[in-house]
Structures are given as structure tokens and as C-alpha cells.
Design a binder for this molecule. Sequence first.
Ligand SMILES: NC(=O)C1=CN([C@@H]2O[C@H](COP(=O)(O)OP(=O)(O)OC[C@H]3O[C@@H](n4cnc5c(N)ncnc54)[C@H](OP(=O)(O)O)[C@@H]3O)[C@@H](O)[C@H]2O)C=CC1
Ligand SMILES: O=C(CO)[C@H](O)[C@H](O)COP(=O)(O)O
Length: 471
Amino acid sequence: MSNSLYDFGMIGLGVMGRNLLLNMADHGFSVIGFDKDATKTSALESGATAGTTVKGVAELAAMIQLLQRPRRIMMLVPAGQPVDDVIESLLPLLEPGDVVIDGGNSHYTDTLRRVKYLKEKQLHFMGIGVSGGEMGARTGPAIMPGGDPEAYEKVRPMLEAIAAKVKGEPCVAYLGKEGAGHYVKMVHNGIEYSIMQQISEAYALLKAAGLDNDKLHEVFRTWNEGALQSFLVEITADIFLQKDDKTDARLVDVISDKAGSKGTGKWTSQDAMDLPVAIPAIDTAVSLRTISAYKEERVQAAKIYEAPAGGINTPVDTWIQQVHDALYFGTILSYAQGLAMLYQASAELKMEIPLPQVVKVWRGGCIIRSVLLETFSTAYQQSPELPNILLNKEVAKLVQGIETNTRTVVAQAAQVGIPAAGIMAALSYFDAYRTERMPTNLVQAQRDYFGAHTYQRIDMPGTFHTVWEQH
Ligand SMILES: NC(=O)C1=CN([C@@H]2O[C@H](COP(=O)(O)OP(=O)(O)OC[C@H]3O[C@@H](n4cnc5c(N)ncnc54)[C@H](OP(=O)(O)O)[C@@H]3O)[C@@H](O)[C@H]2O)C=CC1
Ligand SMILES: O=C(CO)[C@H](O)[C@H](O)COP(=O)(O)O
């Protein structure tokens, strides 16, 4: 440790802050963390690998004094007011040129505001998305930095050291200007919501065919060895085997079906509407978490509306393959919608988000890591400005190979009344996207009829209005 000063400081020693700091220490950096809670500072020190330099303090000023200059400080605190509070408490303690990083799930508009505010005070502020949960933070997360490129150079060696590695490449790269890091993380989480929703639908569709938890484990484990190989499918396989420590049941069977959320999926949908860009699979996943909270109403409705008669009559092995393909389809469409959103946002919000780098970063460490991202990475290497991954020939071949089975699953789900809105939304988006002439000419006619909103014609340029005849 040069001059007895530490290389890096962390504010907030919760799940992410503690583990990320210990990861840095494991890579040879001397680190210091601040948390008001003394149990957290001791947990940091006791979690350190022998021979690493890790210190926990309960005074912010003490940490600041012990950092090398320019100081490199990250906060991992809840998004919103806590981030502003931390910034205010830091301001009297810092000097021009110091680098402050928000590594939490902040809204990118807050990050834009903070970048500007700290720039006025000659401080560098970066919004960095981190994904991988507790284990990822400790052993190698995906890291999505955006903002000040000069500041990024000051923390790049550390971030590259601690990030997950795929084929020897670190899962971190500079992902664009100002709020880009948090924007990319927000969309990452939107995709995460969508894929998780569709996995839950695959679970329901397989359960409806009589698969028990052991068989579900086996199916998801097998899927994780093929085209669907991903972190989310891998953990899903594990979940089916987990025993409850309070009853004789499997834990998954005693977990309430009300899904929680912290907001990043909702932000993705809200921002998509504002851009505008269509991400209905992600929107549906957000809405389904909301419907999951209507427990009491759903119980009442279940008594009023019986499910349609009949069940899944397809031979079970065929059905498993069909559901596999529907989930694969939905997964591709979830990435396609999220990446299309980033493409559009990059231009509209002038963030210069490099999509080839985004998919490379997502290949490892993060919650949405999957083997599919290798295919997308190749696609973006061929055409970095691809507006939608569905336009790539290799992706098209994949989609065409699973389209029929997806339609079969959606039709069956509708017929027997199994809610599969995420996969259905993915298919509906696909059908609209691949339709040369949509029926929205009629929408234009209606708008002009009732509101003189005008329309364009297909056979001549210009804007037209008609006085529509009533019949
Ligand atoms: N958990 C996860 O899997 C992931 C979380 N994130 C994001 O990372 C951030 C941190 O999450 P996580 O580590 O899980 O959260 P935790 O709740 O585990 O830790 C948050 C830490 O922030 C501290 N804190 C809260 N408010 C303040 C404040 N005003 N000033 C100083 N410190 C404060 C808390 O200290 P104390 O309790 O002592 O008050 C606590 O140590 C969030 O934005 C989250 O969304 C990102 C990726 C994954
Ligand atoms: O950022 C993450 C992973 O990438 C978090 O785990 C995420 O915040 C979980 O979100 P939610 O609680 O809304 O499901």
C-alpha cells in the first residue's frame, strides 16, 4: 500500500458494496469501506481473504483522508435520496479531480443531473451499472460504466481486474456518455424481467403436463446444456430441488406468488413509451408482476371463471421440446426488444452506446448472461449499427427454426387457459414486426374521421384530410 493510503473507497457495505470491495482486494488493490453500521464494517474485515488489505471505518471523513489522490470512491446504497445524501456528505471532504461513482441501480435521469452538479464542483461523477448479485460482486460481475471518459481511465484497471472474464476478456467496457451506464443497466434489468417471466410461464406450461419438481429440475438442467444455456435457466434448475426447512415441501411450492420489484423494469417500460420504442415482452413482464399482487382478487376471479375444459394432450417429450422452443423464442425476442431500445435511446438521448460492446459485456457475470449473447456479439461485429437483432441472418435462422413450435405452444396455452402473456407478447411483436402492411391504415382513417388528424397515402406524397361520409 503506497504511503499507507488506500487505492479505493466504498460507501455502503451491504450485499453489493462489501462483496465488490472484497473482490477488489482479492485483485491486489488496497481498499477501505465506510458504513454507519459497525456490524457491516466488521463483516467487511472478517470477510477479507488472508493477505489482502481491507479496512472498514464508521466515519466517512476518516475514509476520505485515507484515500490516495485523486480519490476513487464508489457508493453502493439504495437508489434515490440516499445517493443525493451521500453526495452532499462527500462534497465538503473532496478535492477537484476526485472520482465519485454510483454503482447502484439509479435512474439515468438522476445520474445526468448528478454528473452536471458534480462537474460544476470540478469533480468527476460516473454512473456504473453492476450486475451479478452477491456472488457476482464477490467473484466477477458484469460492469456497465458510462459518463466521463477521463474518469473511466482512472478506474479502468480496477474494473477490468474485478469483472467477470469471457474468453479472457473482461466483462466491462465504456458504454457511452453521461447516463449511459445506468441506462444500459436499466435495460438489462428490463430484459431480466422479461426472461424471468417467460421462464415462469414455461414452468406453468410444463406443470400443466404433469411434470413434478424432480422432472422440472431435469428438464431445465438439460436445457441449460443446450441452446438455452444461461444463468437464469441454470438457477431455475437448482430451485426445483431446494427443500423447505420448515415443512416437507419443496421450497418453490410454499413461496407466495406475489412477485416483488424495485422499479428498474418499470423504468424500462416508462422510458420505452417516451422514446418511443416498442418492448411489449418487457412491458408484459412488468404488468404480470403487478397482476401477481392482486392475490385476493385473483382468488375471487378463479371461483367465477373456471379454466377451459381439457388439458395438454401432446405427448410429454414433444411438449417439453415445444415449450423449450417457445422459451427460446421468447428469450431471443426479449433481448431483441431491449437491444432495439438501446439502439434508439443511444441516438435520441445522444449517449453513443456501443451495442457490440454491450452484448460482449453481458456475456458473463450478469443475471442475463447466456450463450445466445455470443451469437448477438457476432451479429454486431458484422453490423455494429443493426437497429434490431432480428434483422441478422443467423438470428433469423434461429427464430425460423423455432417459430412453429412457439405458435403451437401459444395456441395450446390459449386453449387451455394457461397464462403465458410474456411468450404471447413476444410472438405478437414478432408477427407485427415481420408484417409489411399492418392494419394501422384503418387506425389512420379512424383518426382522420373523428379528429381531422390527417393521413399519408401509399401512392403519392403529401398529407391528406377527408370529409368522411356517414352511411
Ligand atoms: N442486491 C443485488 O443483487 C443488486 C443490487 N444492486 C443495487 O446496488 C445498490 C445497493 O444494493 P445492496 O447492496 O443490495 O443493498 P443493501 O441494502 O444490502 O446495502 C445498502 C447499503 O447502503 C447503506 N445506506 C443506505 N442509505 C444510506 C445513506 N443515506 N448513506 C450511507 N449509506 C447508506 C446501508 O447502510 P445501513 O444499512 O448501515 O444504513 C447499506 O449498507 C442498490 O442500488 C441496488 O439496487 C445492483 C445489482 C444487484
Ligand atoms: O439489478 C439487479 C440484478 O441485475 C437486481 O437484482 C435487481 O434490482 C432486481 O430487481 P427487482 O427487485 O426489481 O426484481
